[in-house]
Design a protein. Structure first.
Length: 530
């Protein structure tokens, strides 16, 4: 499938201004709940005005076409205005977690070379502490209270109040005449090893995926209200919760607070989204939060999405038994492809699989010789499509090994069945060779999660007398003691359901699994605990 796009294309026009042209200016585009719990609604007209003012404010501060703008802002109108405002003037958006340590902000400021950054007042102390080494930054726009003017830490950098700079800016802004292949966004990799790298994307990448995945697979429509567990700085959240709803004239629901299961349940009951963008860990925690679910009506949901990590079949079945009218469309995407490229579909979900290719995408499953493996065999996934990133910024070697023409070479191990459904088998560096046979940690994890005493788990390999053996890290359910008796029970459970060589040789109990800022389990941290 080919999506025909005009050569002259600006994402802000496609996702935002097109709603004004379609007569939806007065329709609610954004419902935002701030850190104090106050709720405000913004029409498409108002969001467009905010984006225009932010774009003009950035220009006044010296941001030009292809300059990077760093967003470290919580979910709310300021993020939305910063995202579309920067794009509208031809700048390149880079978004990061607004709750990072100061050392991370030092890295991102140097790596992106952004002349202007927008941050929350809560993040300001961390930014101030690293301004002395900020070589490229010239202005820091602060959402909240901040003293205007040069900073003592670095006189070359000025603090600017968001309300002052944006509020005083012109509300009219003609979009910069960008080409569809102009640089638009850097999406950062998860950074499970080393520092995160920016996958460099064009304007057309995001439009392509919206036309294929959002419209054809998710089948979003202008009556939808979309809310997300992943935050807007994360590409999964930015696409699913902001850009995809705007692509069809639907409503984005953003809440600033941390997305704990109880808060998500409360906000679903209050704001009545029809679509919830989710991750397996939070889905499992929502199922366990029985008291919260008993208090709030979740019947507004017509479906959820899941991505970021494997969704256990048991979790899917438990959810759809509790909420039979709300299926989960599990899929896989990446920063390198912007968003989801393999997904389950409405009415065709197969638990334990990631579904089929999204229209417009291609995939290969290859062996060590880079030749396609036979149907049903496990190999490395290569994926192609018109949302593929150009490169990793400042990493030519990694770019060459990952970006092969229109193909992105992943580290994910997959097999495809005779019906075209893709089965995720884990990351290449997570696969275990036990007794000469390859074992997927996911298979062991799914078995453990089938036991009522297990809340979360992760499996890694460890060496003993030169042999690779599986080891499980288990978070017991609340009230369940992680002791020798439970360990023996779980080992017996795995031996009853798996081939013996797949059963863990050791179990260690933890209060929580280590995760990165995007919610993914950090297996390297678990290996350090071994």
């Amino acid at each position: 499938m080919t999506v025909k796009l005009p050569d002259r294309l600006n994402m802000a026009t496609y996702f935002l201004d097109s709603n004004l042209e379609a007569g939806r200016g007065g329709k609610t585009a954004l419902v935002a709940k701030d850190r104090q719990g106050a709720v405000a609604e913004f029409s498409f007209d108002e969001v467009a005005t905010l984006a225009n003012q932010t774009g003009n404010a950035l220009r006044e501060l010296g941001v030009g076409p292809e300059n990077r703008v760093l967003l470290a802002v919580g979910d709310g109108p300021e993020f939305v205005g910063g995202w579309f405002g920067a794009l509208k003037i031809g700048a390149v958006v880079t978004a990061v977690n607004p709750l990072l340590p100061a050392s991370d902000y030092a890295y991102y400021l140097d790596y992106t070379r952004a002349p202007v950054a927008i941050c929350d007042e809560d993040s300001l102390p961390s930014f101030l502490s690293v301004l002395g080494g900020a070589r490229h930054l010239r202005a820091l726009i602060v959402v909240g209270d901040a003293a205007d003017g040069p900073t003592p830490e670095n006189p070359a950098v000025s603090l600017v109040r968001h309300a002052d700079a944006v509020g005083a800016a012109d509300a009219a802004l003609t979009p910069y005449d960008t080409h569809k292949d102009d640089l638009a966004v850097w999406l950062f990799t998860s950074g499970t090893t080393g520092k995160p790298k920016g996958a460099v994307h064009f304007h057309q990448d995001f439009v392509f995926n919206a036309e294929t995945y959002a419209k054809q697979v998710l089948q979003l429509n202008e009556n939808d209200r979309v809310m997300s567990v992943p935050r807007l700085y994360f590409g999964y959240g930015t696409g699913s919760t902001l850009m995809f709803p705007f692509a069809v004239g639907a409503t984005c629901i953003a809440f600033h607070e941390h997305p704990k299961a109880e808060a998500v349940i409360e906000n679903v009951g209050r704001f009545k989204p029809t679509v919830l963008i989710n991750v397996p860990t939070t889905i499992k925690k929502m199922l366990l939060a029985e008291d919260a679910r008993a208090k709030h009506d979740l019947s507004s949901l017509r479906f959820m999405t899941s991505a970021g990590e494997a969704l256990p079949p048991e979790t899917y079945r438990a959810w759809t038994e509790a909420y039979p009218g709300c299926e989960i469309l599990d899929g896989i995407g990446s920063a390198e492809m912007f968003h989801v490229f393999i997904s389950n579909r409405h009415g065709e979900v197969r638990p334990g699989t990631l579904g089929k290719l999204v229209p417009g995408y291609d995939a290969r499953i290859v062996g060590p010789d880079e030749e396609d493996v036979a149907e049903g065999e496990v190999g490395t996934l290569w994926v192609g499509g018109d949302s593929a990133a150009l490169c990793y910024w400042n990493d030519r070697e990694k770019s060459r090994s990952t970006m092969r023409g229109n193909w992105i070479v992943t580290a994910d191990q997959f097999r495809k069945d005779e019906d075209g459904y893709f089965h995720y088998c884990g990351r290449a560096d997570d696969m275990l060779k036990v007794g000469g046979i390859w074992v997927s940690p996911l298979e062991i994890e799914e078995c453990l999660l089938g036991h009522e005493s297990v809340k979360e788990c992760a499996v890694i390999g460890f060496e003993e007398e030169g042999l690779m053996l599986p080891k499980a890290f288990v978070v017991p359910r609340d009230g369940q003691a992680g002791d020798d008796e439970l360990a023996a029970t779980l080992l017996e459970h795995t031996r009853a359901h798996l081939a013996r060589y797949k059963s863990p040789r050791a179990i260690r109990f933890l209060d929580a699994l280590p995760r990165n800022d995007r919610g993914k389990v950090q297996r390297n941290a678990l290996r350090e605990l071994s």
